[in-house]
Design a protein around this ligand. Structure first.
Ligand code: 4AD
Ligand code: MG
Length: 464
């Protein structure tokens, strides 16, 4: 019979009462009296700790001293119904293996209640707290749910490249990829960097989005999605921006902008509902510790249809609100976070999908409307977050797309392959990008995006 269990199994298997099993885990806390010690073990598989009862007389004093907060241990003992409150089962220790002690005088997580800022500085250890255990379990479940959602719909998972030779999205500054010796960069006669001598024989960057490659695949496989890391070297040091973040980008042939909105709304509701169904304990903890409205907010998103309106209609709402914004409102300007949050949190008190933005503030590939001024863009705006999804119907008309590329001065050498899809069998298609960490901000109620990715990359920060 199996002897080694995880705490997840112990919590979910009441029939284990009376059995002798082994748990490998880390010590969270120890309370000790003369004859008995209570040690709370956590192995990260579930929110709960397992309480171990130790008869002090039966164990070596030196060993017990080392069973302190943070130590890695293996404990074998019998599971019994708990006498105390807060847990169904506890373990009576027969034998204890000390894998690795954690010196109480130097272990940084000796005490509870550290600030999130402090924990960011010890990102290598913060996994061991209740908060980050909860956040990263939820992160896992959300990633899994994303694949499940698309697999249920027969979308195909496409791996877009991380190194790209094109700089066309215009989504922000890119990180260069090179293997040049930076002290001796080859130059051409006119002093320019000679990329033909670089690893790929051309200038390359880390991708800002898998969309353009996703479109190529969608125009053959019909419905695909990407889910990978993307990189933006924009120097915006905010609580909602990362230099390295994960994005989910579905791309669908034969979808118009309304189909696109319907999919985005169904997708977000599926994910939030999945969290409510599958991450309850972790959500309850985050709700109680950080944000008493969290679970209510999640339930509301699942239950209420999103409000849909055009950018122009939103402008009217903002103008008629009589509110003084830091960034003045005028048709044609990009919406700032304060505008988005006013619409979502104060005016509609609901999630919002905005469409038909001015073409000047959106990417070249968006389908142009007949008014000559707007494009079939859509942004989904969420309470607390602002923009969580950005997407559009794509321009499938070769001549219109080419005209826009020329107008924006995008080099043809970067775009010829993309244009060919509009030359051969071009069809209407649409897609969007969901920022995975923005989704996690919403689902966990965390306020800073650095707290929902294991190792945040932000300006001046890539320590771990
Ligand atoms: O609106 P964006 O820039 O859209 C695109 O990249 C399109 N290619 C998507 C598509 O149509 N396939 O980014 C999409 C989403 C945003 O709505 C936001 O949630 C997230 O990606 N995002 C960021 N998340 C964290 N840090 C950043 N610096 C982000 N920039 C965008
Ligand atoms: Mg956007």
């Amino acid at each position: 019979m199996k002897a080694k269990y995880r705490i997840l199994e112990v919590v979910n298997t009441p029939s284990l009462v009376g059995k002798t099993i082994t748990i490998n885990a880390w010590v969270r806390t120890k309370r000790e009296s003369k004859n008995v010690a209570f040690v709370a073990l956590n192995d990260g598989t579930v929110f709960d700790n397992l309480q171990v009862v130790i008869d002090v007389q039966k164990f070596d004093e030196e060993l017990l001293k080392n069973i302190s907060t943070g130590a890695g241990v293996g404990v074998t003992g019998k599971l019994v119904e708990s006498q105390g409150k807060g847990q169904a089962l506890e373990m009576v220790a027969d034998s204890i293996v000390l894998y690795g002690p954690a010196d109480p005088t130097t272990y940084p997580l000796q005490k509870k209640g550290h600030s999130l800022e402090f924990l960011r500085e010890i990102a290598h250890l913060r996994f061991r707290t209740n908060t980050f255990g909860a956040v990263f379990r939820i992160r896992h479940h959300m990633a899994f749910a994303i694949h499940q959602f698309f697999d249920n719909k027969s979308f195909k998972y496409l791996h877009a490249p991380i190194i790209t030779g094109s700089d066309a999205e215009g989504a922000g500054e890119m990180f260069h990829v090179t293997n040049f010796d930076l002290d001796h960069i080859p130059r051409t006669e006119d002093g320019k960097i000679n990329f033909s001598e670089d690893f790929f024989g051309k200038e390359t960057n880390l991708t800002v989005s898998g969309q353009l490659e996703g479109e190529l695949a969608a125009l053959a496989l019909s419905e695909i999605y990407t889910f990978g890391p993307t990189f933006r070297a924009e120097n915006s040091n905010t609580s909602r921006h990362l230099a390295e973040f994960w994005m989910i980008e579905p791309e669908m042939a034969f979808y118009d902008i309304t189909d696109n909105m319907d999919l985005a709304e169904e997708f977000l509701k599926y994910l939030v509902n999945y969290a409510l169904q599958n991450c309850r304990k972790d959500l309850q903890f985050l709700n109680d510790m950080y944000d008493k409205e969290l679970i209510n907010r999640l339930e509301r998103v699942v239950q209420t249809p999103f409000v849909r309106l055009t950018y122009s209609q939103a402008m009217d709402v903002l103008l008629q609100s009589g509110k003084k914004f830091e960034f003045p409102v005028k048709w044609g300007v990009d919406l700032q976070s304060e505008h988005e949050r006013f619409l979502v949190e104060e005016h509609f008190k609901n999630s919002v999908i905005l469409t038909d933005y001015p073409r000047e503030i959106k990417a070249f590939y968006m389908k142009q409307n007949d008014d000559g001024k707007t494009v079939k863009a859509m942004d989904v705006l969420f309470p607390q977050i602002g923009e969580i999804i950005g997407g559009s119907q794509r321009e499938e008309d070769y001549d219109k797309l080419l005209a826009r590329i020329n107008e924006m001065g995008i080099p043809h050498k970067d775009m010829w392959w993309y244009l060919e899809t509009r030359k051969f069998g071009s069809v209407p298609h649409s897609g969007f990008g969901l920022g995975f960490e923005r989704l996690l901000l919403f689902v966990t109620g965390m306020k800073n995006i650095r707290d929902v990715i294991p190792f945040p990359r932000t300006p001046q920060n890539a320590e771990f």
